[in-house]
Design a protein around this ligand. Sequence first.
Ligand SMILES: *Cc1c(COP(=O)(O)O)cnc(C)c1O
Length: 238
Amino acid sequence: MSSIPQNLQVVHEAIALSAARYDRNPTEIALLAVSKTFGAEQVVQAWQAGQRAFGENYVQEGIDKIAEVQRMLTGQLNVEQPVWHFIGPIQSNKTRAIAENFSWVHSIDREKIATRLSEQRPTTAGELQVCLQVNISGEASKSGVHPDELLALAKHVTQLPNLRLRGLMCVPEASEDEAVQRQAFHQLAQLKQDLQTQGIVVDTLSMGMSADMQAAIAEGSTIVRIGSAIFGKRHYAV
Ligand SMILES: *Cc1c(COP(=O)(O)O)cnc(C)c1O
């Protein structure tokens, strides 16, 4: 039987191995534990094993869990709190809850959403750290800004007072072929380069999940978003 602490250890070892293989500094690859569909108890188990950043896809599930985890951790000697990242599709009527409860958002793909998040970010919370989600594989069903519209969106976001543009995120079309996986991640890395050439400061590539983490690290990922390899198989449709 594998447990969350053991799984975390295995994932950290896999990150270190991939980093060594592709000549990357492992300290530049952050692990985001994607806890969607899992409960506050599992988050706290990961927390107690040293995990600090958690990702959620659904607003209501996420904010309920954040409150519950906070309750469970209250009274522990460690006053530090988890850092919550929102990584799911964003409807405009949910932006306030996201702006008020999360530290990071990875899935901005249009100006209207960015503007609302900035307007609704409580000033006491500091800047919301954001990534722009790019539809790298061009799938009609996937969210994400089209690569041709990325520069305009990035420029818009850099003008917003309460958002800090950190980088790009993608969820490529699933493939078991590592060469295909790398090609998609390479495109995202190239788009980040293009933004930098335009004078836009970005330091983050949010890419790589349980099934394609190594390919993402090979192509320069700085945040891998890992769910099932840490928490196990998800048990309801997502
Ligand atoms: C669910 C999800 C993940 C984690 O996927 P796993 O395959 O469980 O590692 C990462 N990123 C996004 C956007 C997700 O929705």
